[in-house]
Write a protein that binds this ligand. Structure first.
Ligand code: NAP
Length: 288
């Protein structure tokens, strides 16, 4: 078999960021300010690293970032006290509440607190509802949007294809499944209770790893010629960054795969800003 195609994220992210830059320039001409993203963050190594990427993508896309810190001890009313003024601030176009959240707050609480028109992470019930209805103006969770952008960029069609997604979280597996069914894929969601996981995964034309277990999916889970999308970002026992897919083990049998790092990751932050511009421009349309 010929070498697998490596579906690099960088060119996809660059194309998206360039398009967003054009849109934010246009936005600035009209509104005399740059589109602005508020990022609410609890100080933690993982959020610090993502925040660095968020700030660097802001520069590439001509957007601004306002960083607001949330105490690790904050409760739901405390979080709302921070989010409410941002919800009402006309100078803020999008709000992102970074993971990990304080102990007493979950993703659903955060989604309920955010003005859904500014919900660039797609975690509010309103945005999830739009996605459920396949509405074109839904703000889609950036990671799910990123996977679709990668498949589109590399012209990997989904219609009639058997897609298996391992993972059913609110921000990755579930929204991605809805998007793929919207493109006429035949979809199976797998999770921690799925029986005979290797056998189910072996059916996939497109296999998506979104379970958060370093190098879990190896050749036992893949049929020759499949396309593999690796969403996982994990740190293995040796402290090394690893995806959910064991790339060394599958490289010779698959048709194409996204690497970690350098695959879905860079495209995710590009999609966050594409969402910011979608939110900012939607706010300009008068409600009649
Ligand atoms: P999550 O909320 O922990 O969800 C993990 C999902 O995987 C759950 O549905 C869980 O099943 C399933 N799962 C866990 N262990 C399994 C197993 N042994 N067999 C089958 N299914 C299993 O994680 P997430 O937020 O979706 O993130 C998933 C991965 O993507 C993580 O590595 C995360 O760091 C990464 N991520 C990457 C990006 C990016 O930009 N590339 C963005 C977000 C997340 P149950 O529902 O049954 O518990």
């Amino acid at each position: 078999m010929v070498d697998a195609r490596v579906l690099m994220g960088k060119p996809v992210a660059r194309a998206l960021n360039d398009a967003t830059f054009e849109r934010s320039h246009e936005y600035e001409q009209i509104n005399k300010r740059k589109p602005c993203l508020a990022v609410i963050t609890v100080d933690d190594p993982a959020s610090r690293s993502y925040l660095k990427t968020i700030k660097s993508t802001a520069r590439k896309t001509g957007c601004e970032v306002q960083e607001i810190s949330l105490k690790p001890t904050a409760d739901i009313p405390g979080m709302r006290q921070i989010i409410n003024p941002l919800n009402d601030d006309p100078g803020i176009d999008g709000i992102l509440v970074q993971m990990p959240l304080p102990k007493g707050i979950n993703l659903h609480d955060a989604g309920l607190a955010i003005n859904s028109n500014k919900d660039v992470d797609g975690i509010s019930p309103y945005q999830a509802g739009l996605l459920f209805k396949s509405a074109k103006n839904a703000l889609i969770p950036p990671t799910a949007r990123a996977v679709m952008e990668i498949l589109d960029f590399y012209q990997i069609g989904l219609s009639g294809q058997e897609v298996i997604i391992v993972g059913r979280s609110l921000v990755v597996g579930k929204p991605l499944g809805l998007l793929m069914v919207g493109r006429n894929a035949t979809l199976t969601w797998c999770h921690s209770r799925t029986r005979s996981l290797p056998m189910v995964c072996k059916r996939a034309d497109v296999l998506v790893g979104a379970l958060g277990k370093a190098r879990f999916l190896d050749s036992n889970y893949l049929r020759p010629g499949a396309t593999v999308v690796d969403v996982g970002i994990n740190v293995d026992e040796d402290g090394k960054l690893a995806g959910d897919v064991d790339v060394q083990n599958i490289q010779s049998i698959v048709a194409a795969y996204t690497p970690v790092p350098g695959g879905v990751g860079p495209v995710t932050s590009a999609c966050l800003y594409a969402n910011l511009l979608d939110a900012a421009n939607a706010a300009l349309i008068p409600i009649s």
